[in-house]
Design a protein around this ligand. Structure first.
Ligand code: KIV
Length: 270
């Protein structure tokens, strides 16, 4: 049962998402505010309030300086716009360094927002954190593969799963996180073959980004896919619109009409 088979009025829960594995691809998109969340709500199964907002919305060069307060504020805004999609809160860098810190922050997310799950980056070394969260009633999306929060320590964004050894390490991560209680495994920036094998190895749904088309679902950052974020376009991003161009064209017409006093005309005056 997806949002399309269930009817657009229904709230999508994590158990709806779990049942979609192997049946129908899950569609996830990021949103950072009520306006766009309302546009996506009722259409996609899941909305991720990603810490990518630190780049596309806040103008930083990576995600690392996003804070809990910022992520909570944006998630509250998304919750104001979305009543049907399953909302996921992206835990910012430094907010889940120990099981106790992770639990305190995740409890705050559940108390202050409508998010149904939180997302953390990391492999099997994060299994204890996932276990603590799951045992305390917090649903976890475990993000493996290319992990943007590691960009400084690793000196860049590295595509994973290029060797058999690395594919096996990724499968190991996915299995350990699933055993610890992860509800979903999000796989970023890995070779399609690696994502396919991870998806076959785990029983929970996988969501891919830059991971080929064999995962149980896909996620894209809305400002990338609609052509608003122009600083760079990763290879895996497909443009489904030319947002920046549309705004520039409209803006240019507005400027011309104000300068020429064509706007406001009679139709737009009291
Ligand atoms: O922050 C984000 O938007 C993400 C996606 C790229 C998965 O983590």
């Amino acid at each position: 049962m997806s949002i399309h088979s269930a009817g657009k009025a229904e709230k999508i829960t994590l158990s709806t998402i779990a049942k979609m594995k192997g049946r129908e691809p899950i569609v996830m998109i990021t949103a950072y505010d009520a306006l766009f969340a309302a546009l996506f709500d009722g259409e996609v199964e899941m909305i991720l309030v990603g810490d990518s907002l630190n780049m596309s919305f806040f103008g930083k060069s990576d995600t690392l300086s996003a804070t809990m307060d910022q992520m909570i504020y944006h998630t509250q805004a998304v919750c104001n716009g979305a009543s049907k999609a399953c909302v996921v809160f992206d835990m910012p860098f430094g907010s889940y360094t120990t099981p106790e810190i992770a639990l305190n922050n995740a409890v705050r997310v559940y108390r202050e927002t409508c998010a149904q799950a939180i997302k953390i980056e990391g492999g099997k070394e994060k299994a204890q954190i996932v276990r603590t969260l799951a045992q305390n009633g917090i649903a976890v999306v475990a993000h493996i593969g290319l992990m943007p929060q590691h960009v400084r320590s690793e000196g860049g964004y590295r595509v994973r799963g290029k060797s058999e050894e690395d594919i096996e390490a990724l499968i190991d991560d996915a299995l350990a996180l699933e055993a610890a209680g992860a509800a979903i495994v999000l796989v970023e920036g890995v070779k399609p073959e690696a994502a396919r094998r991870i998806t076959e190895a785990v029983k929970v749904p996988t969501i891919g980004i830059g991971a080929g088309n064999a995962t149980d679902g896909q996620v894209l950052v809305w400002s990338d896919m609609f052509g608003f974020f122009e600083a760079f376009t990763p290879k895996f991003v497909k443009r489904y619109g030319h947002g920046a161009q549309m705004v520039r064209e409209g803006l240019s017409r507005y400027i011309d009409e104000v300068k020429s006093r064509a706007f406001p005309d009679e139709a737009h005056s009291y």
